[in-house]
Every structure is written in structure tokens, then in C-alpha cells.
Ligand binder design. Structure first.
Ligand SMILES: NC(=O)c1ccc[n+]([C@@H]2O[C@H](COP(=O)([O-])OP(=O)(O)OC[C@H]3O[C@@H](n4cnc5c(N)ncnc54)[C@H](OP(=O)(O)O)[C@@H]3O)[C@@H](O)[C@H]2O)c1
Length: 341
């Protein structure tokens, strides 16, 4: 039996291109088919990446029996619909970030994965990079003592206009859910779900946050500060501080290739941790191993944590006054005012 995980890609946008370029670096997987709303676009994508089958529409992709997993690379507001479709068709699913527009959607998606007994993961690929894994190992080894404070940011000045996916509310735009999701996923990995959230942001004319600052508080006494921006070229590093020192994930956070450990009275420890291609293949290898082991979720990016990150972003958006169409169906899913206590 060929153990290779057979993948179908749903969508032919920018990130689908990157994933298709990275996939040959993961010998555990093979891209078998790609779907687009436009048949010619699917065919051109398949030709560029040497993919055997190009199909028009997700129904045709879902119906194929030569695919084990679908990589959902559609726009943010479509993740929920697309993930439910492919799970119902019996496929495992890897879903682009942000996983869902709100916690209600995330709950539906997770429940569907359980109901259909399929694997589902949030494609938070940075968590599988050698730099992020090294930071995790250093903290676990006690290199800086318990993490008490984190500063993490990711941001850039977009050249897109109001109709581009980053600023358009209908396409699920906004700095928090686009870029902020990476520092939030980092902070969640080390500190879990926050008890208190205080957020400040600029909501622009399109109704999404153009930049956001969040202070998170934890019952343990730890704190985190997270910044995201579509208007400023942020340094985009992260610093994890404990009593014995600080670990830096060097810029840019989501694709970091360097970890620096600074401890009082000791030389800085600088580790360069490069990876091949754009790095998205590392999550593919992980997903293939999980599925080969019969897992239905990842121990590195578990579904309960994905849900918690989405819920944290819901609570922040409630403070900023940013709402998406998905929220209108679930007023009760957006958090209560006690957050600012
Ligand atoms: N992991 C990362 O580093 C990373 C980076 C960038 C983006 N992302 C995420 O990946 C997703 C796609 O982003 P992108 O930058 O690739 O976007 P993009 O280039 O604009 O591509 C949009 C994708 O959505 C599909 N789509 C389905 N229905 C659509 C509709 N009604 N209108 C427009 N497009 C539709 C398109 O497929 P067809 O046109 O082929 O049908 C296309 O694949 C987003 O969730 C984004 O947050 C992740």
C-alpha cells in the first residue's frame, strides 16, 4: 500500500501557489488534483505544478476518490462552507488561516470533523518551522524559566485598495485576523487562553481594523502584548521573557529562521534555523504523519486551541466593533463586555 497522502487543492490563489511549490519538498504527500471556479485557471495551475487532474468547482473535487485530504485555500469567509463540504464528502481537511470567521463557525467545523471521523487542522504552518519548534524546546527545557511576558507582532503596509482581500470586510479582511493570527497563535502556544483582554485599534472606512494592539492577561500573572498592522511596516519579531532571560524569534515572525537567547551575564546564543522553499511543506509532513497514525487532530495544533484562538479574536473584535457577516448569524457568539474588566 502506498502510504503517500494524496492531496487535492481547493482554490488557485496566491497561497495555493506557494503550497504547490512547497509540496515537492514533503515526500510524504502528493498533490493529485486542483479545483477552481474557473476550469482554465485550474488547468493552468495543474500544468504549472505538474498536477494530474484539474477540475471545475469544489463538488467535482469532493467527489474524487483518489484524494485523502483537501487543502482549503479559499478566502476567509468561505473556509466554513468549504471545510464542511469536504468533511461531508469523507475527506480529511487542512484549512488555511484564519481557520474561521468566529467561534461559532469553528465549533461547526470541529463538530463536523468529529461526526465524520476525519482529520482537521488549522494551517498555522509557522508552528512547524524549526525556529518556532526550537523556541518551544528551549522554553520546555527551562532556558529562561517560566514565560511571564510575551511581546509579539506582525504587520506590513498593504498596497491593496479597499477592494483587496486585506481591507474588504466581505472578504474577511482586517489586520487582526490576517496577520494578528500568527502572534496570537504563538502566544496561545505558550500561555493558553487569556483571562482578560484589552484591545485598541483603528477601524478604517471599510469597517475592518487596519491596526490593532491587544494586551492579554492570564490568571497565572503572565501578560502578552500583540500588535498587527496593515498600515505600518512593523519589525515583526517576538520576545518571550522569563525570569532568567529572553528568547527572540527574529523577524519576520511567521517565517522566522533565527532564534536568539539572551541571558544576563552570558553570551547571546544565536541559532540560524533555515528551511527549504517557503516552509509550508513542514506542516504537510506533520499532517501526513498524523493521518498515518490514525489521528483525527494534530497534537501540535489541536482543535481546542484553534477554537480558543478564534474565540480570543472574537473578543478583541467585540471591543473594536468589527463585525463580519458570519457574526450576524450568531450575536451570542461574540463575547461579552466583561472582557475589559
Ligand atoms: N499561510 C499563509 O502564509 C497565507 C498567506 C496568504 C493567505 N493565506 C490565507 O489563504 C487564503 C487565500 O488567500 P490568498 O492570498 O491565496 O487569496 P487570493 O489569491 O485572493 O485567492 C483567493 C482564493 O479563493 C478562492 N475563491 C473561492 N470563492 C471565491 C470568491 N467568491 N471570490 C474570490 N475568490 C474565491 C479562489 O479560487 P478560484 O479563483 O481558483 O476559484 C482563490 O483560490 C485566505 O484565507 C488567507 O488568509 C495564508
Amino acid at each position: 500500500v502506498d502510504p503517500t497522502l494524496r492531496i487535492g487543492i481547493s482554490g488557485t490563489g496566491r497561497i495555493a501557489e506557494v503550497l504547490a511549490r512547497c509540496a515537492p519538498f514533503a515526500p510524504e504527500v502528493r498533490i493529485v488534483a486542483v479545483s477552481s471556479r474557473d476550469r482554465a485557471r485550474a488547468q493552468a495551475f495543474a500544468t504549472r505544478h505538474d498536477i494530474a487532474h484539474a477540475v471545475e468547482g469544489d463538488a467535482a473535487l469532493a467527489a474524487r476518490d483518489d484524494i485523502d485530504l483537501v487543502y482549503v485555500a479559499s478566502l476567509n469567509p468561505f473556509h466554513h462552507r468549504d471545510v464542511l463540504r469536504f468533511l461531508a464528502a469523507g475527506k480529511h481537511v487542512l484549512c488555511e488561516k484564519p481557520f474561521a470567521m468566529n467561534a461559532r463557525e469553528a465549533d461547526d467545523m470541529i463538530a463536523a470533523a468529529r461526526a465524520h471521523d476525519r482529520f482537521l487542522m488549522d494551517a498555522l504552518w509557522s508552528r512547524f518551522l524549526p525556529s518556532w519548534q526550537r523556541a518551544r524546546a528551549l522554553v520546555d527545557q527551562g532556558a529562561i524559566g517560566p514565560v511571564r511576558m510575551i511581546s509579539a507582532e506582525l504587520g506590513f503596509a498593504t498596497g491593496e485598495g479597499p477592494e483587496g482581500r486585506l481591507l474588504d470586510r466581505a472578504q474577511g479582511g482586517g489586520s487582526l485576523i490576517d496577520s494578528g493570527v500568527y502572534p496570537h497563535a504563538l502566544v496561545s502556544w505558550f500561555l493558553g487562553a487569556p483571562d482578560v483582554i484589552q484591545a485598541l485599534g483603528t477601524v478604517g472606512p471599510t469597517g475592518v481594523d487596519e491596526q490593532t494592539l491587544c494586551t492579554l492577561g492570564y490568571s497565572s500573572g503572565a501578560h502578552a502584548q500583540i500588535r498587527s498592522s496593515l498600515r505600518a511596516a512593523l519589525a515583526s519579531a517576538a520576545f518571550l521573557a522569563g525570569p532568567d532571560g529572553v528568547i527572540e524569534l527574529a523577524p519576520r515572525l511567521h517565517r522566522s529562521t533565527r532564534v536568539v537567547v539572551r541571558r544576563l551575564g552570558r553570551d547571546d546564543l544565536v541559532e540560524d534555523l533555515p528551511y527549504e522553499s517557503a516552509g509550508l511543506q513542514l506542516q504537510l509532513t506533520h499532517v501526513a504523519r498524523c493521518i498515518a497514525e490514525g489521528r483525527r487532530e494534530s497534537p501540535v495544533m489541536p482543535l481546542a486551541e484553534t477554537r480558543s484562538i478564534v474565540h480570543t479574536m472574537d473578543r478583541i473584535r467585540a471591543q473594536l466593533g468589527v463585525r463580519y457577516a458570519a457574526d450576524e448569524m450568531a450575536a451570542d457568539a461574540v463575547a461579552a463586555p466583561y472582557d475589559a474588566k
